[in-house]
Design a protein around this ligand. Structure first.
Ligand code: NAD
Ligand code: MN
Length: 357
């Protein structure tokens, strides 16, 4: 029996709804496979914890999480707590504290889901976006609002280090190399941002020398939004900074049909710490409690978690079950269906137990 300890942090809004659904599905895989076990421990950290205790998670939160094999995360964000408090109080400290420097965001059009682009079918959009996840625009250092001056000044400081850029670039080239098309697009804004971004371009060219079988090109981030929309077939693996990839991957999620299906993995490739798996979307308080949150992103990120844990077979079974269910038209309203979170979850459980998965 292979056993994995998983820290669940459902947190806010629809986070608890989609993480509970993900746990149900992982437990059904456990039954189906028989030789693997997932031991979940749930932490009640998030905005309610903040309102009660003044902090999103306890001071020793990272110490508590360190012993787990993986972290399964919902979303943060509440209408009555500032977004920078929820983000910097929970999600970013985990990403940064555990040096999860590679944020991996696969996007493809799942069967049964109608994407918003005309002439763009499942085979036309199959990307993995790698977001630098430890520094850049979200380094959290140096910026402040200079109060008390006659004219207040707010500064945001981006930090790019040679070590930080090189390691994520190498990760991206390696991932591109592992995919059939062996194609990487490096995104910057090195025309306007002429320091850190120019260094990105230099490092990309250097790291490319180590991967002679990978075809790569460069794009400016603004032009990249156009290429993603008009020529999605020309892209495969994409690497960009923390901010640029944050924006591009929401666009990617929308082009694939909905943010509700878009997963993400915050990976420490050196495996010194647990990695964290979550849907891309936020707490979606407009639909919280209605039972209609799309659980597919949380299933897909669970599949990423299984891959990371070395359970490739379980991961493939889970994705096959998900694709069977979307393909059969069992869809939540965000992707044009009428099913509830529970109905989609039950259908995926059935597919996992079905003979052909
Ligand atoms: P959001 O992702 O929560 O929602 C955007 C839109 O997509 C909403 O209309 C929502 O209903 C819909 N949506 C998102 N996930 C869905 C799902 N699984 N099923 C069906 N529909 C879904 O983004 P927002 O509205 O900009 O932000 C809400 C809160 O979430 C804010 O407080 C924000 O700071 C926070 N947020 C957190 C994270 C995170 O925890 N990683 C990410 C983004 C936003
Ligand atoms: Mn985002």
């Amino acid at each position: 029996m292979r056993e994995y300890s998983i820290a669940s942090i459902p947190a806010d809004g629809i986070g608890p709804e989609v993480i509970a659904a993900g746990e149900v599905v992982l437990k059904s895989l456990e039954q189906r496979l028989g030789d693997v076990r997932f031991n979940f421990e749930t932490f009640d950290w998030g905005s309610d914890h903040y309102k009660k205790h003044g902090v999103m998670m306890p001071a020793d939160g990272l110490k508590t999480l360190k012993k787990f094999d993986a972290i399964y995360f919902g979303a943060v964000g509440a209408p009555d707590v500032p977004d920078h408090v929820t983000l910097w109080g929970l999600r970013l400290p985990i990403c940064q504290g555990f040096d999860q420097y590679a944020n991996v965001r696969p996007t493809k059009i799942l069967p049964g889901i109608t994407p918003p682009l005309r002439n763009c079918g499942p085979g036309d959009l199959d990307w993995v976006i790698i977001r630098e996840n430890s520094e850049g625009e979200y380094a959290g250092a140096g910026g402040r609002v200079h109060r008390g001056l006659p004219e207040e000044v707010g500064t945001e400081v981006s930090i790019f280090t040679r070590v930080g850029v090189t390691r994520v670039m190498r990760y991206a080239f390696r991932l591109a190399q592992s995919r059939p098309r062996k194609l990487l697009t490096v995104v910057t804004k090195s025309n306007a941002q002429r320091h850190g971004m120019v260094m990105w371009d230099e490092i990309a060219a250097e790291v490319a020398q180590e991967f002679s079988d990978v075809t790569w090109d460069k794009m400016l981030v603004d032009a990249m939004t156009v290429r993603m929309t008009l020529k999605p077939q020309t892209l495969d693996t994409i690497v960009a900074t923390n901010l640029h990839a944050d924006v591009l991957s929401d666009l990617a999620g929308a082009l694939a049909g909905s943010l509700g299906v878009a997963p993400t993995a915050n990976i420490d490739p050196e495996r010194r710490f647990p990695s964290m798996f979550e849907p891309i979307h936020g707490s979606a308080f407009d639909i919280t409690g209605k039972g209609i949150a799309n659980p597919v992103a949380s299933f897909w990120t669970a599949a990423q978690m299984l891959d990371h844990l070395g359970e490739a077979d379980a991961s493939a079974r889970l994705m096959k079950a998900v694709e069977q269910v979307t393909g059969a038209g069992v869809l939540t309203p965000d992707v044009g269906g009428t099913a509830t979170t529970k109905e989609v979850t039950d259908a995926v459980v059935d597919a996992i137990h079905g003979s052909n998965v």
